[in-house]
Ligand binder design. Structure first.
Ligand code: HEC
Ligand code: HEC
Ligand code: HEC
Ligand code: HEC
Ligand code: HEC
Ligand code: HEC
Ligand code: HEC
Ligand code: HEC
Length: 496
């Protein structure tokens, strides 16, 4: 009898929540959050209302089977199963592990929702992402002395006095607004502030390095990365992640022109022309039916099947899985590193680089030929869903030839710079000085960072203009002439 009473009570409560118009039942805590936030931050509530998180409870989602299943965690805590994934479910999750947790109207709320919080329901994606270079983008940059010199030479404040310029170190806000915007900041709690709000006085944490959605962000619960880098809050819509605009936020260039190359490629053209006919929501994604040319996600991350439901590629949040090479030259293109954390790599000359300045890859930190073969096959299997083998092999032979020729043009530029260092025309490596702050050094950086990269990205992803006159081979050859002219003139001046 008592039980029936309770049940009737529950039904009433459910009816009250359902009356809000949400497909899934909302928890009492989230109901309270929405009660206030619908007027404080209506944009956030409306966005969330359109999300699958508002539509489906984890309990319902777990009932899905096979490739359609969107929650990869085997076990989800009991108290979360029956309700929509709402404000409270994400923003109070693991509250005791978060430095940024604050008391908020009777709840322990944190601002920064981290990969560990998402992993309660999406453990596989989180685990894979943690093994990707993107999750390590902060440390790979900040814990590398050479890249720190580079950062300083780009972001530092330059002054002019007595006919000479000097470089002051950059301030923290500039660094956060520059390199760390994409690589990720370190978000820390720097105290609290009390504010008068329309609901009375409230206290909030003061965060440094905030806002930020860099891929390798260091979070106040000790975790790495931001899922919101690709899954914009609060819709977390799969369509957004699958479209190239998401990746373009960071992969545009001129050092990393993947998006520009894609945009002018045949694949990009067909995407731009015909995307309104495609289905960006469907999971799994059927090649030929839901999309007819790949987006960035299609080649690098997506779960792709054919019309019979046969697997073409497994979804991967560890983007290295399909990459035999690291075509981003440091300073030469080289086999992909074995570990996503590359901050401990040292070459034989003692520099924190995966290649020698003379071009040889530092083998002990890089994948071997067998692993390269495996990854090449994984990527090529996707191409083969739409192309013949001759097409794919022909493309690949050309691409790998470009790796060799663009590396050779980097070597030539490095030889010219080494000669300038050796003759003491500028201070550099032999003097333990910053190697990025003189004119000829900056020309050298452009050789490998802009022109060789652009040429390789164009070759890998079929956007020919970026391999020739737009930061491509034209610039590779012209830059060598300019560097050599600089060398000849300064050698002659020295002799006089
Ligand atoms: C009594 C009203 C009220 C309730 C209930 C409420 N909030 Fe808030 N919340 C506010 C106000 C007011 C702000 C401050 C907005 C501003 O910065 O002007 C705020 C701010 C926040 C912030 C941003 C903090 C920051 O420093 O950026 C988060 C996150 C947040 N609330 C989450 C929640 C969650 C989750 C719940 C439910 C567990 C919740 N809120 C319940 C009124 C409320
Ligand atoms: C699926 C998890 C999830 C849910 C559900 C969720 N949030 Fe968030 N929220 C996030 C993430 C992720 C961020 C982005 C910050 C970050 O990168 O960690 C965020 C950011 C915020 C911020 C700060 C962003 C800003 O622009 O100032 C507020 C405020 C906030 N959420 C309120 C809410 C409210 C209110 C709800 C319910 C309507 C809600 N959130 C539901 C994950 C979630
Ligand atoms: C309490 C469990 C839970 C948490 C925490 C959670 N999610 Fe989800 N997520 C779900 C459920 C349930 C769905 C919908 C599944 C369905 O429709 O079958 C979903 C769906 C998704 C989708 C697919 C959306 C689409 O359009 O198809 C993405 C992307 C996603 N979540 C990302 C995140 C991110 C990022 C976080 C952390 C900021 C997060 N989720 C936190 C349970 C959760
Ligand atoms: C617009 C986003 C963005 C900004 C801003 C940015 N980067 Fe990057 N950075 C990237 C991307 C994307 C990659 C990876 C490219 C690839 O793998 O093809 C990358 C990779 C790197 C790498 C290689 C790290 C490694 O060892 O794997 C270095 C070094 C680097 N960036 C330095 C910098 C410096 C220094 C700055 C600031 C002066 C900076 N970046 C600013 C997006 C950015
Ligand atoms: C917020 C910025 C940001 C966004 C958005 C972003 N990336 Fe990245 N990505 C980076 C940075 C930074 C790195 C370099 C990490 C390093 O080298 O330490 C990187 C590295 C990579 C790499 C090279 C990793 C490796 O293992 O060699 C690939 C591939 C990649 N991203 C693909 C993508 C794709 C595909 C998307 C869109 C679905 C995307 N990225 C969205 C910033 C971003
Ligand atoms: C570099 C961009 C990027 C980042 C960062 C990223 N994702 Fe994704 N995510 C994607 C793409 C692209 C897809 C679509 C994959 C597909 O088409 O199969 C996706 C799909 C998903 C899905 C949908 C699964 C389904 O079956 O519908 C979930 C859940 C998800 N991601 C969770 C996360 C979580 C949790 C994080 C943080 C740990 C994260 N993602 C970080 C790009 C990203
Ligand atoms: C047709 C398939 C395809 C598409 C579409 C595609 N890529 Fe690529 N991408 C490749 C191939 C192939 C490589 C080189 C793989 C190798 O040998 O490592 C590559 C390399 C990369 C790298 C270099 C990683 C490194 O080693 O430094 C990044 C970053 C990247 N792609 C990002 C993107 C982004 C962002 C988009 C969308 C704007 C995109 N890709 C679209 C196939 C594709
Ligand atoms: C979903 C189908 C699909 C996938 C997957 C795919 N392509 Fe394509 N690709 C196409 C279509 C369609 C065209 C246009 C062909 C035409 O116009 O004749 C094309 C064109 C090309 C071109 C010609 C570019 C030009 O402008 O001449 C190259 C090269 C190419 N693809 C290579 C690849 C490689 C390499 C991969 C895998 C890394 C790949 N494609 C994956 C559908 C695909």
């Amino acid at each position: 009898m008592r039980q029936t009473g309770l049940l009737i009570g529950l039904v009433f409560l459910t009816a009250a929540w359902a009356a809000d118009g949400y497909a899934a039942k909302v928890s009492p805590a989230t109901d309270e959050c929405i009660g206030c936030h619908i007027s404080i931050s209506p944009g956030i509530v409306a966005d969330w209302e359109r999300s699958r998180h508002a539509e489906t409870s984890p309990g319902e989602a777990l009932k899905q089977s096979g490739l359609e299943k969107k929650v990869s965690s085997e076990k989800i805590p009991e108290q979360l199963l029956a309700y929509a994934v709402g404000c409270s479910e994400c923003h109070t999750m693991n509250y005791d592990k978060h430095q940024d947790t604050f008391e908020h109207n009777g709840y322990d709320v944190h601002v920064v929702v981290t990969p560990v919080d998402c992993s309660t329901c999406h453990s596989q994606e989180t685990e894979q992402f943690s093994r990707s270079m993107m999750a390590h983008a902060y440390g790979n940059l900040v814990h590398n002395s050479l890249y720190q010199d580079f950062m300083k030479s780009v972001n530092g404040h330059q002054t002019f006095a007595d006919m000479t310029t000097a470089l002051q170190p950059p301030d923290d806000q500039t660094t956060a607004d520059s390199c760390l915007f994409c690589h990720g900041t370190k978000v820390e709690v720097k105290g609290t502030q009390t504010k008068e709000t329309e609901f009375g006085e409230m206290t909030f944490p003061i965060l440094s390095g905030w806002p930020n959605q860099g891929v390798g962000r260091l979070n106040p619960d000790g975790s790495r990365g931001s899922c919101a880098a690709c899954h914009a809050r609060h819709q977390f819509a799969i369509e957004t992640a699958r479209k190239p605009y998401t990746c373009s936020e960071c992969h545009k260039g001129p050092d990393v022109p993947a998006y520009k190359v894609y945009d002018v490629s045949k694949h990009g053209n067909i995407y731009n022309s015909l995307k309104h006919q495609w289905d960006f929501k469907k999971v799994p994604w059927t090649v030929g039916k839901d999309f007819t040319t790949p987006t960035c996600a299609g080649c690098h991350m997506s779960l792709v099947v054919d019309e019979e439901g046969q697997m073409v590629a497994q979804r991967s949040h560890e983007v290295g899985d399909r990459l035999p090479w690291r075509i981003f030259g440091l300073i030469y293109a080289h086999p992909h590193p074995t570990s996503a954390d590359v901050s401990n790599i040292k070459n034989k000359a003692g520099l924190p680089l995966p290649t020698e300045l003379t071009g040889e890859p530092v083998g002990e930190f890089l994948i071997d030929a067998d692993e390269q073969f495996k990854r090449r096959k994984t990527m090529q299997k996707i191409c083969l869903a739409c192309h013949g083998e001759g097409w794919v092999n022909g493309h690949w032979a050309r691409f790998e030839n470009t790796l060799r020729t663009s590396n050779a043009m980097t070597l030539t530029a490095t030889q010219i710079l080494s000669s300038a260092w050796k003759q003491d025309l500028v201070r550099g490596l032999p003097h333990n000085d910053n190697v990025f702050d003189d004119l000829i050094e900056k020309m050298w950086v452009e050789q490998w960072l802009f022109f060789a990269n652009s040429t390789r990205f164009s070759s890998a992803m079929c956007g020919a203009d970026y391999g020739v006159f737009e930061n491509g081979r034209w610039n590779l050859s012209k830059n060598i002439q300019e560097m050599n002219d600089w060398l000849q003139i300064h050698t002659a001046l020295r002799k006089r």
